[in-house]
Design a protein around this ligand. Sequence first.
Ligand SMILES: *[C@@H]1O[C@H](CO)[C@@H](O)[C@H](O)[C@H]1NC(C)=O
Ligand SMILES: *[C@@H]1O[C@H](CO)[C@@H](O)[C@H](O)[C@H]1NC(C)=O
Ligand SMILES: *[C@@H]1O[C@H](CO)[C@@H](O)[C@H](O)[C@H]1NC(C)=O
Ligand SMILES: *[C@@H]1O[C@H](CO)[C@@H](O)[C@H](O)[C@H]1NC(C)=O
Ligand SMILES: *[C@@H]1O[C@H](CO)[C@@H](O)[C@H](O)[C@H]1NC(C)=O
Ligand SMILES: *[C@@H]1O[C@H](CO)[C@@H](O)[C@H](O)[C@H]1NC(C)=O
Ligand SMILES: *[C@@H]1O[C@H](CO)[C@@H](O)[C@H](O)[C@H]1NC(C)=O
Ligand SMILES: *[C@@H]1O[C@H](CO)[C@@H](O)[C@H](O)[C@H]1NC(C)=O
Ligand SMILES: *[C@@H]1O[C@H](CO)[C@@H](O)[C@H](O)[C@H]1NC(C)=O
Ligand SMILES: *[C@@H]1O[C@H](CO)[C@@H](O)[C@H](O)[C@H]1NC(C)=O
Length: 435
Amino acid sequence: MTRLLLLIVVFLQRSAATDMRSFVLTVMNGQQFSCANTTCIPFSSFAVLNSRRCQLACVNVNQCQAIGFRQSITRCDLFSNIVNQKKNFSLNHDVVTMIMNVNESLSTGWMLVTSMNTSRASHTASVLSNGNVLVVGGYGDISIKQPEIYNPAAGTWTTVASMNITRKLHAASILINGLVLISGGNNGVNFLTSAVLFNTSSQTWTNAGNMNTQRGAHTASVLSGGRVFVCGGDSGSGFLNKAELYDPLTNTWTPANSMSTIRVDHTASLLANDKVLVVGGYNGGYLNTAELYDPSSGNWAMTSKMKYARQHHRSSVLSDGKVLVSGGYSGTYLNTAELYDPLLGNWTITGNMSFARAQHTASVLPSGKVLVTGGFNGNYLNSAELYDPNTGNWTKIDDMNICRRFHTASVVSDGKVLVIGGEMNSSYLNSVELY
Ligand SMILES: *[C@@H]1O[C@H](CO)[C@@H](O)[C@H](O)[C@H]1NC(C)=O
Ligand SMILES: *[C@@H]1O[C@H](CO)[C@@H](O)[C@H](O)[C@H]1NC(C)=O
Ligand SMILES: *[C@@H]1O[C@H](CO)[C@@H](O)[C@H](O)[C@H]1NC(C)=O
Ligand SMILES: *[C@@H]1O[C@H](CO)[C@@H](O)[C@H](O)[C@H]1NC(C)=O
Ligand SMILES: *[C@@H]1O[C@H](CO)[C@@H](O)[C@H](O)[C@H]1NC(C)=O
Ligand SMILES: *[C@@H]1O[C@H](CO)[C@@H](O)[C@H](O)[C@H]1NC(C)=O
Ligand SMILES: *[C@@H]1O[C@H](CO)[C@@H](O)[C@H](O)[C@H]1NC(C)=O
Ligand SMILES: *[C@@H]1O[C@H](CO)[C@@H](O)[C@H](O)[C@H]1NC(C)=O
Ligand SMILES: *[C@@H]1O[C@H](CO)[C@@H](O)[C@H](O)[C@H]1NC(C)=O
Ligand SMILES: *[C@@H]1O[C@H](CO)[C@@H](O)[C@H](O)[C@H]1NC(C)=O
């Protein structure tokens, strides 16, 4: 087969976004996609003046990955999925095919990568010491019991040994011995006391004892000494103020002092001084209170209140030790963000996000900026924005390909962010994208 391959780096302004996106175009004259099944059917076809116009149309649609331009009738075909087509071309002198490979090194945007085997939301995603990402549980079908591991270098998913039961609204913590502790959650019937450990090298599950309280939608923080501090959440028969500690050395759980109030859908952040800052949540009302757990004394102390009550917000520990609390819900969806200063023990308002959002993600990047993605504000969101701690301002970046909430975002070894699954319009998602 004779193939004319031409690689062109193109800088094109996407009309919908402020960022410049760059693509490496693979241009194939006289080749058309040829495939047995429906993934070869273009998602959109229309007449345009020339192949350049067709290419521009593709650049302006996130979904578009390739074009086929039929010269005799000036028809532009846009393709969303080229995985199968890529290796299967047939000769047709009338057709110019261009594949829009988003150039990773130049791109500022999002790229869809291999999907998970199982669609899931409210799962956990843990970045392992070898750089792989372990995804466990969540809402989904029966195969949700089966965890999956993403290898960012290879771009592949592998399913691993199933858990005995389904778990959603659980928590995942990476212990200092490398094991992953999965605590509590709901098995579809009850909230659980049980906890299990996953060993990545042997790919086996073992029991990690039972918590003293059934719980899901709790928080779990790995303390500097290696113990795991769990607090709040839902027991199925009420929300919780109870807290407890897991000790990896004895593989047992011990009750800790309770919080001042019941909290569910709160956040917990480990501060540089080893205290745990617990923020907001819901106890029948939306909470603006925050309290500090001191693992060395085992005591709680109230700290200043936030300006805005919030649940389903996110908390990010910045490189200067401050904690950025973003968005959430308190009867209305919030665009506000506040910064906690652990040294002063008070909150200051910082820049507003462009979008109100709850059930989003917030990831601290190696640059120190915080990347917020998706969530919900009455609409499902695919928007993403970056917080700059130096200016206190947010900058909108390219939209994700897919709107999602209750997804996860993991910072992988090269500083990219892997966004996984979630829920949109009551459907669980298996799609995965990389920023
Ligand atoms: C490639 O195209 C041919 C002809 O349309 C089709 O029979 C075959 O199934 C295709 N192969 C793949 C892998 O899609
Ligand atoms: C389309 O064909 C390819 C190659 O034969 C196959 O891997 C893929 O699963 C098929 N997709 C659908 C949606 O049938
Ligand atoms: C992306 O562009 C850079 C700079 O032009 C180039 O060196 C690199 O090979 C390109 N990457 C891909 C995957 O095409
Ligand atoms: C993917 O999930 C299905 C159930 O949806 C399961 O039957 C199948 O074994 C899984 N595939 C792999 C490779 O584990
Ligand atoms: C995990 O499994 C490997 C291989 O079986 C074993 O050598 C290692 O000790 C286990 N790790 C822990 C912390 O139990
Ligand atoms: C899984 O179930 C088996 C059989 O009931 C039981 O022996 C084992 O302890 C369970 N393992 C875990 C990690 O829950
Ligand atoms: C936080 O505390 C510092 C030092 O006491 C004070 O200057 C600042 O005004 C306080 N900020 C708020 C929002 O209370
Ligand atoms: C930020 O948003 C809040 C509430 O949505 C609004 O009251 C406030 O004026 C906004 N601040 C700025 C600087 O726009
Ligand atoms: C931050 O945002 C404010 C309000 O939009 C603006 O006045 C200010 O110039 C921005 N600062 C920087 C450093 O971008
Ligand atoms: C989600 O639902 C809304 C409202 O029913 C609808 O407008 C929208 O097209 C749906 N989105 C997708 C991707 O299905």
